[in-house]
Ligand binder design. Structure first.
Ligand SMILES: C[S@@+](CC[C@H](N)C(=O)[O-])C[C@H]1O[C@@H](n2cnc3c(N)ncnc32)[C@H](O)[C@@H]1O
Length: 255
C-alpha cells in the first residue's frame, strides 16, 4: 500500500507541483505548519476558545494542513472526495499532528457533507473548489454555511476567472471524459501535464458565491492579493499578499 511519503513523491506538492524521490511527507506537512497559523491570524480565526472548537476542513487531501489544524482545534473533521487520501490523512496526522482530535468524512457525492446543521465553529477549504465542477463548488460552499453554527465562521478559497479560462476549463473537461475510454484513460491518467489540466474544473467570481449565501452571512470579507483586481458586489475587499494572485477567499460569519 502507498505510504504518505509515496503519495507526496508521486502526486507532488499541491501548489508548485514539484515531484521527485527527495520529497518527504515531513517537508510537505511543514508547508502546512507555516500556512495554517498565517491564515488563521490574517483572517481573525484564532481566539481563546479555538482549542475547544470543532472545525471542518473541506478537501483535506493527505493532511498537509490537517496536522496543524489538530494542534489548533479540539476536533478536526477532515473531509475529502477520495477515501484513499483520507486514509493517508490519518497516517500523516498520526505522525505529525494530534490524531485523537481527528475525524474523517468521505464526501461520497462530491457535494454533500454528511454532518448535522450547526455542528462546527469553522468551515475551511483551501485549493479544493477550483478542482470541483462549478455546481459542486457552489453546493459545498452552501454546505459549509449549513454545518457552521450561528456566529461561527467560514473561510473558503477559490480560484477566480482569468483570460485563459475559455481554453483551460474545456480542455480539463475533455481530458476527464477521455479518462473513461478503456485503454486510453489508464495511460492518460499517468501523464502528468495532461492530468494537471484535468484537475482544472472551475473558476468562480466572488459574486457567484456570495449571491446565494449573502442572506445567511454577515461580516463578509473578500480577501485577495493586492495584484488581484477582482471586484465584488458583497462585502469588504481586503488585501493580503500571502495569497496566490489567482486566488481569493471568502471569510464571513454565519448568522
Ligand atoms: C489540491 S488538493 C488540496 C488539499 C489540501 N487542502 C491542501 O492544501 O494540502 C485538493 C483536494 O480536494 C479534494 N477534492 C476535490 N474535489 C472534491 C470534492 N468535490 N469534495 C471534497 N474534496 C474534493 C481532492 O481529493 C484533493 O484531496
Amino acid at each position: 500500500m502507498a505510504t504518505g511519503d509515496d503519495v507526496v513523491r508521486q502526486t507532488g506538492w499541491v501548489f508548485n507541483n514539484a515531484t521527485g524521490d527527495e520529497l518527504t511527507l515531513a517537508e510537505f506537512v511543514a508547508t502546512g505548519d507555516d500556512e495554517v497559523p498565517a491564515y488563521l491570524e490574517q483572517f481573525g480565526l484564532r481566539g481563546e476558545h479555538t482549542q475547544q472548537q470543532t472545525m471542518v476542513e473541506i478537501g483535506a487531501g493527505i493532511g498537509r494542513m490537517t496536522c496543524a489544524f489538530t494542534r489548533e482545534f479540539g476536533t478536526v473533521i477532515a473531509c475529502d472526495l477520495d477515501q484513499g487520501f483520507l486514509e493517508r490523512c490519518h497516517e500523516t496526522v498520526g505522525r505529525f499532528g494530534k490524531p485523537d482530535r481527528l475525524r474523517t468524512l468521505e464526501v461520497a457525492d462530491g457535494r454533500t457533507l454528511d454532518l448535522p446543521p450547526n455542528s462546527a465553529d469553522l468551515a475551511f477549504s483551501y485549493i479544493t473548489f477550483q478542482h470541483c465542477n462549478e455546481d459542486d463548488a457552489l453546493e459545498l460552499s452552501s454546505e459549509a454555511v449549513r454545518v457552521v453554527r450561528p456566529g461561527g465562521k467560514i473561510a473558503l478559497n477559490f480560484r477566480g476567472p482569468a483570460p485563459s479560462d475559455p481554453l483551460v476549463i474545456p480542455a480539463g473537461t475533455a481530458v476527464r471524459s477521455m479518462y473513461r475510454v478503456p485503454g486510453l484513460g489508464d495511460w492518460l491518467s499517468k501523464q502528468r501535464t495532461v492530468t494537471r489540466l484535468a484537475w482544472q474544473a472551475s473558476r468562480l467570481h466572488p459574486d457567484q458565491v456570495t449571491g446565494p449565501l449573502a442572506p445567511l452571512l454577515t461580516d463578509i470579507e473578500i480577501w485577495a492579493n493586492s495584484k488581484n483586481k477582482l471586484s465584488s458586489h458583497d462585502g469588504t475587499k481586503r488585501a493580503f499578499d500571502g495569497i496566490n494572485p489567482h486566488h481569493w477567499w471568502l471569510i464571513a460569519t454565519v448568522t
